[in-house]
Write a new protein. Structure first.
Length: 479
């Protein structure tokens, strides 16, 4: 672990910088998709793979990446992830046609799936549970909240001022700097109790999660009731079911079920799934509304999100302070309530809408929701977790959010498309039909977010968060 007080906070800054790069890349591509399509000749059917390839490998390998960090060394896996992500970013920017870009995006997702849980587990095992870790996790949550909207903002600015290639090139100097600084600021640590590696469990859970994400991302293409979609979901259920059966019998399981003894961890993962479902789909719908209905340019669309990005950072800082005073549970309730309110507000966007009337009030509510949701979920997901299982817990919460994000994009897009198609068939003007589709998508998102309020009230427990002592298992660390 990090040896000195000053060094560990410098190490935290490095972890946050790398995580910001990863979170940024989830959203930064959205605004640049039209430019990528024009330059590389993507068909509408293949264009979605620029996003789906990343989501497939990111969501599918997070759990394995988190447990690998525990078993093989957290700093080691962090460095491996940075090398993969940085190299794939460079190849993405240099891509000369569709194949190399889609392949590089897949490796970016794999790198991100290694980086994120490794970084979060390093944070968890470096800072003592309580106010110190809450402060560090508050900063982590702020990065998640800010990065979620900064990606859309920077994507528009870079695409308009330079070219779409620069949304990938910006990662390269960050990755190189991180590789240079990591040996000096991050100490190595791992779970010294593990006697073997659960290869069958790793194959089953990774195969199941990849199949699940693929089923979700392709459901609109195949049709939600099609044989292909049903078959994929059934295959994912079979693989994940097989994983659960194997883990219950394995001598040294990849995912010890004892981790689910913590009710707050379970609640945090459910809340993370709901947050991802409502948030990712919402940003896609808002971007499409601004570009397809209000006819905003890529840059104007990006700048429009400044209100969300700025307020998310502000409210994340407030949330990080409040969790130590009023508790994670109450902060999360406020966050999910504000997120629900923002989505409800967007159900009234109009064809002739203006920024200050149709968007800004909702953006301000979403900023509160982001700050007051990401911070407490990050803290609750690791509350009471033993150091040896920090990577696993980190992988779980990130998997929940990514699966939720993939589900939200697919489901809300399907709802919006269905309404729009129905209205167009009935003779409705295109812009009105598009807006009606967005209305229904935002309504569905607000219902999902409301369920998040119920989870925060009835599932998240205060007892886990009030524990002062956490059992210390055998744990190996080297500065």
């Amino acid at each position: 672990m990090i040896a000195s007080a000053r060094r560990k906070w410098y190490g935290l800054a490095l972890l946050l910088l790398v995580q910001f790069m990863v979170v940024l890349d989830i959203a930064i591509v959205n605004v640049a998709l039209p430019s990528i399509q024009n330059d590389l000749g993507f068909s509408p059917e293949n264009l979605q793979w620029v996003i789906s390839a990343y989501a497939l490998f990111f969501g599918g390998f997070l759990l394995l990446g988190g447990r690998a960090a525990d078993l093989l060394g957290r700093r080691r896996m962090f460095v491996v992830g940075i090398v993969l992500f940085t190299t794939a970013s460079l190849v993405s920017g240099l891509a000369w046609n569709q194949g190399p870009l889609i392949g590089a995006r897949a490796f970016q997702g794999l790198g991100a799936a290694i980086i994120t849980p490794a970084a979060l587990s390093i944070l968890s095992t470096t800072f003592a549970e309580g106010k110190e870790r809450n402060a560090a996790l508050g900063a982590w949550g702020a990065i998640g909240a800010f990065g979620a909207v900064a990606g859309v903002l920077l994507g528009g600015v870079l695409t308009d001022l330079l070219s779409w290639q620069w949304i990938f090139f910006v990662n390269v100097p960050v990755g190189i700097a991180a590789l240079v600084l990591t040996p000096f600021l991050i100490g190595e640590s791992r779970d010294a109790t593990a006697q073997s590696y659960d290869v069958p469990g790793a194959v089953l859970v990774t195969g199941g999660l990849v199949t699940l994400v693929y089923a979700i991302t392709q459901a609109n293409h195949f049709g939600w009731g099609s044989i292909q979609t049903i078959g994929l979901f059934a295959g994912a259920a079979a693989l994940l079911g097989g994983f659960l059966v194997w883990e219950s019998r394995a001598k040294d399981p990849l995912m010890p079920f004892s981790i689910f003894r913590l009710r707050t961890l379970v609640g945090a993962n459910i809340a993370g799934l709901i947050l991802g479902t409502s948030l990712f789909g919402m940003f896609l719908m808002l971007t499409l509304y601004m570009q397809d209905v209000l006819h905003y340019s890529a840059m104007r669309t990006g700048v429009a999100y400044l209100a969300v990005a700025g307020t998310a950072i502000l409210w994340s800082a407030v949330a990080a302070q409040l969790v130590n005073r009023i508790g994670v549970k109450r902060v999360l309730i406020v966050g999910m309530t504000a997120l629900t309110g923002g989505l409800v507000y967007f159900t009234q966007v109009s064809v002739t809408g203006g920024y200050f009337t149709d968007l800004l009030p909702g953006f301000l509510l979403i900023g509160v929701g982001l700050g007051f949701s990401f911070v407490p979920i990050s803290i609750a997901a690791l509350a009471g977790v033993e150091p040896a299982e920090a990577g696993l817990a980190s992988g779980l919460i990130n998997t929940s959010q990514q699966i939720g994000g993939a589900l939200g994009i697919a489901a809300l897009s399907s709802i919006a498309t269905s309404t729009t198609s129905s209205d167009l068939t009935a003779g409705t003007a295109p812009t009105i039909a598009l807006t009606n589709g967005f209305h229904d998508a935002f309504l569905a998102g607000s219902i999902v977010a409301f369920v998040g309020i119920l989870v925060a009230v009835f599932v998240v427990s205060r007892r886990d968060l009030e524990e002062e002592e956490v059992p210390e298992p055998a744990f190996e660390a080297a500065a």
